[in-house]
Ligand binder design. Structure first.
Ligand SMILES: NC(=O)C1=CN([C@@H]2O[C@H](COP(=O)(O)OP(=O)(O)OC[C@H]3O[C@@H](n4cnc5c(N)ncnc54)[C@H](O)[C@@H]3O)[C@@H](O)[C@H]2O)C=CC1
Ligand SMILES: O=C(O)CCC(=O)C(=O)O
Length: 387
């Protein structure tokens, strides 16, 4: 029986896809982990762990390098929550413009003022005037699953849209509305946008990407939306810019104490992906990925190991080997098998940056002696007998 542990609520529509070869448990020694935003960095990773399925996009809550070194494949669910986030970002654009939150708060103060309320409303509403988004320029940083949807939706609402993504995928480029203009540099986007929305992952090279230097390039009174991760904006730069009015409003899905105390900030409690549709999409995708990896050794949508698919094993045995992407690995693995007179009938070797994966179907039963021999090869970090 394969053991799966969930570290956050995972929609039942996903969990139900596990066959009766799987059980959901609260043990330490599990084969798979499913999670959403749970921070795994301080967690001990058991040697039994084969797969981590992030039901969502961002993987900054998972110790990817540590997982790679232990041969643990980390999956995410690209695009599965993108529409949910896009819809909240569109709400964010309007919240950034029309002072809706301030106005609603003020309207609440009129409670119990009886027949005076309509008069007070008409007298007070001028304090909450805010601009339309139509005709304004939105700069979208990161044109992946979410950025593309945001860019297209903003364009459909009459905005001019500038997009910046030096690593844009062919698929995203095809999805992008032809009216969206490419910004060749981030500086160009900063200088020309009335609204800026960030849709990049939090990584070493994106951390603090909104800082004093590039805020100084922005238009006065720019409105900034961050539905990606708190760490993309430098705290003190943000605080200064909000205080001076350089940034007129900051809308974020990532509240923390310091930002909650800043002026002109609207905080949403990380609700971007919190729709039933997105929770189900993510759970279904994550469960299918983890299940196919544990049962068949196939890899789809991993962030640390390569895509690899040999379908269901019809041979006598299948071996899955996670290893470093270094010379002689394939020859060392096949030599070890040949030395035991094991005939390979199908195999795939794929790599992704520093890590590689070899899936081999053979005509013989695999003994623990062979597994130990493979494990002893320098560079191999995990060996699994799938069948
Ligand atoms: N608020 C929420 O609940 C959610 C937040 N997110 C956040 O949004 C981020 C983006 O999500 P997706 O669009 O689904 O991911 P994605 O992987 O489809 O897109 C990310 C895009 O950013 C681009 N990129 C990477 N580095 C860049 C850089 N330095 N400059 C410009 N572009 C860069 C990539 O080329 C890619 O096209 C996630 O990493 C996550 O942090 C995602 C889902 C839900
Ligand atoms: O699962 C969630 O609610 C968080 C979604 C998210 O932030 C992501 O997918 O990166």
């Amino acid at each position: 029986m394969y053991k799966i542990k969930t570290l956050n609520n995972i929609a039942k529509e996903g969990l139900e896809l596990f066959s009766d070869r799987f059980e959901i448990v609260d043990d330490k020694d599990v084969n798979g982990i499913l999670l959403r935003s749970y921070k795994m960095h301080d967690m001990e990773l058991p040697s039994s762990l084969e797969a981590v399925g992030r039901a969502g996009a961002g993987v900054n809550n998972i110790p990817i390098d540590k997982c790679s070194e232990k041969g643990i494949v980390v999956f995410n669910t690209p695009g599965a929550n993108a529409n949910a986030v896009k819809e909240l970002v569109m709400a964010g654009l309007l919240l950034a413009s029309r002072n809706i939150v301030g106005a609603i708060d003020w309207a609440k103060t009129l409670k119990d003022k009886g027949d005076e309320v309509p008069k007070l409303v008409e007298a007070g509403k001028s304090n909450f005037v805010g601009p339309e988004i139509k005709g304004k320029t939105l700069g979208v940083i990161g044109l992946g699953a979410i950025g593309v949807l945001v860019a297209n939706a903003a364009e459909a609402l009459g905005m001019k849209v500038l997009g910046y993504d030096p690593f844009i995928s062919v698929e995203s480029a095809w999805e992008l509305d032809h009216n969206i203009k490419k910004s060749d540099t981030l500086d160009d986007l900063f200088m020309n946008s009335d609204y800026i929305s960030i849709h990049v992952p939090l990584m070493d090279n994106t951390k603090g990407m909104i800082n004093d230097e590039n805020i100084s390039l922005m238009k006065d009174g720019v409105r900034l939306l961050n539905f990606s991760r708190a760490g993309l904006c430098d705290d003190s730069s943000l605080e200064k810019a909000l205080e001076s009015g350089k940034i007129a409003r900051y809308i974020t899905d990532f509240p923390y104490d310091k930002v909650l105390n800043m002026k002109n900030v609207i905080c949403i409690p990380h609700l971007g992906a919190s729709t039933p549709e997105s929770e189900i999409n993510c759970a279904v995708m994550a469960v299918n990925e983890v299940k196919d990896y544990i049962e068949n050794g196939n890899i789809t949508n991993s962030v640390n190991y390569p895509e690899c698919n040999m379908g269901v094993c019809h041979a006598t045995s299948r071996i899955a080997v996670n290893h470093k992407n270094i010379p002689y690995m394939v020859s060392n693995i096949t030599t070890a098998l040949a030395s035991k007179n094991i005939n390979i009938i199908d195999m795939i070797n794929k790599s992704k940056k520093d890590w590689a994966y070899t899936l081999i179907d053979v005509e013989s039963k695999i003994t623990s002696e062979i597994v130990d021999e493979l494990k002893a090869i320098d560079g191999i970090v995990k060996v699994r007998v799938i069948k």
